[in-house]
Design a protein around this ligand. Structure first.
Ligand SMILES: *Cc1c(COP(=O)(O)O)cnc(C)c1O
Length: 434
């Protein structure tokens, strides 16, 4: 069977995500045979550096033996069991370890990021309802935020491309200005701008706190907004305001958790603790679908009652899947044994130095970096820049997926200097031709 046949069969039978399928009449799918560390290898043996961590999920490379072996061992013991009324070792251990790492002692599980968002929104609303505050039915999020694509999650998402078509199906929510420092006034510091945005949040909450259940934010980096970065001062003010007005703070760390911003959790850089923490993507190192919502003793106590309907009657069939929890435990072991946060700090500084030629290129705007994320805008008149740049980089053996004119590099934590240099040379060629 030739590769062309596989591509045709895929176009025939597989409806690919976030894709206008007709585009694949001209843009070929890339058939991947196997993975090896930060590399993906296609059917012809051509290698691509996975510069997007396979959509932000992969932390320690493809076919990582430590994660693979943990899953294989679990596979011979217990693959899955209903979690209502039953429990198992991996889910208990994972919940305890996440509690120790976050100070949030109660873990509720889902399968995808969007389901974590749904869980957090429903839990916040239900907590207030149980507390006699059934009037708190609203949510507020940042402009350009992304929290997933199921209807509830899309209701607090503010990315026009994903949202506008479905707007008639969505619940109304409020958006407040994004502290994204690219939007600062000329000469205004990132911190001053973040605090100016926090004033807008203060105004909103002063007026609407009585009907607002929660503020949901992506701490420090709004990924789908084009790796928009902002000063942690915003989160500190947001925490104070949420406390003052009795509004929950939901930290959506689905993309930025697990060391991506340089600390285990992004909100730690603001020295705050959220009421809810949504985790997914990197949680299993990119192996299996799993998400978790962690919350406080106070929220948990609000549901603990003789009355069944005061409990959180929400479930997904694969809640707390044992294989996925085992993969997540292997990921936490790697963080601990290999001191990943510390070594990433050193390596990220080295990688940033390697990117100097990009930083100073005449067509580059807003070069930014946080932890293991690098991003910049390209000054180009090409209307098809994103798909053109994707194809050009693929010829160089580098997988990047620009969002509009924003190019970002968000590799697995196992890349080395040589691999980063490959990204740099692909980016420089792209900038020359853009
Ligand atoms: C990816 C993402 C989600 C949704 O996760 P899925 O697993 O794709 O449903 C939610 N929030 C943020 C910040 C994300 O990056």
């Amino acid at each position: 069977m030739s590769n062309q046949d596989w591509l045709a069969r895929s176009r025939q039978a597989v409806w690919h995500p976030c894709t206008q399928m007709k585009r694949h009449e001209t843009l070929p799918l890339v058939p991947i045979e196997r993975g090896e560390g930060p590399w993906l290898i296609d059917f012809d043996g051509k290698r691509y550096l996975d510069g997007v961590s396979s959509w932000w999920v992969n932390l320690f490379g493809h076919c990582n033996p430590l994660i693979g072996d943990a899953i294989k061992a679990q596979l011979d013991t217990l693959e899955h069991v209903i979690l209502a009324g039953f429990t198992q070792r991996p889910v208990v251990e994972l919940s305890e370890r996440l509690a120790a790492l976050t100070g949030l002692g109660h873990a509720f599980y889902g399968s995808d990021g969007a389901s974590a968002t749904e869980i957090a929104l429903k839990m916040s609303f239900h907590y207030w309802r149980n507390a006699g505050r059934g009037d708190k039915v609203g949510f507020v999020s940042l402009q350009h935020s992304y929290h997933g694509e199921t209807l509830g999650a899309l209701s607090v998402t503010d990315v026009a491309l994903f949202r506008d078509t479905y707007a008639p199906l969505l619940r109304h929510s409020h958006q407040v200005p994004s502290p994204d420092w690219r939007l600062a006034a000329p000469g205004e510091s990132h911190e001053t701008y973040a605090l100016r945005c926090a004033d807008a949040l203060a105004d909103f909450l002063a007026q609407h706190h009585a009907s607002t259940a929660a503020l949901i934010v992506e701490p420090l980096v709004q990924g789908a907004a084009g790796m928009a970065m902002y000063h942690p001062a915003y989160l500190r003010r947001a925490r104070e305001l949420c406390d003052r007005y009795q509004v929950h703070l939901i930290a959506d760390e689905i993309a930025v958790g697990f060391g991506r911003t340089g600390t285990m959790w992004a909100h730690q850089q603001a020295g705050i603790k959220p009421d809810f923490l949504c985790l997914s993507k990197g949680i299993t190192g990119g192996y299996l679908a799993l998400s978790a919502v962690l919350t406080t003793d106070e929220v948990y106590a609000g549901f603990y009652h003789d009355d069944v309907t005061r409990g959180f009657l929400h479930s997904h069939s694969y809640t707390g899947n044992a294989l996925a929890c085992r993969a997540a435990l292997a990921v936490l072991d790697i963080f601990e044994h290999e001191e990943v946060i510390e070594s990433n700090r050193v390596r990220a500084a080295w990688f940033t130095a390697l990117m100097e030629p990009i930083m100073h290129h005449a067509k580059v705007r807003h070069f930014r970096h946080l932890g293991m994320i690098w991003a910049f805008e390209v000054d180009t008149a090409r209307p098809d820049f994103a798909s053109w740049a994707f194809c050009l980089a693929m010829e160089h053996g580098v997988l990047i997926r620009p969002m509009g004119n924003t190019v970002y590099f968000m590799p697995p934590y196992v890349v080395d200097g040589e691999e980063v240099s490959l990204f740099v040379s692909a980016a420089l060629d792209m900038l020359e031709q853009a």
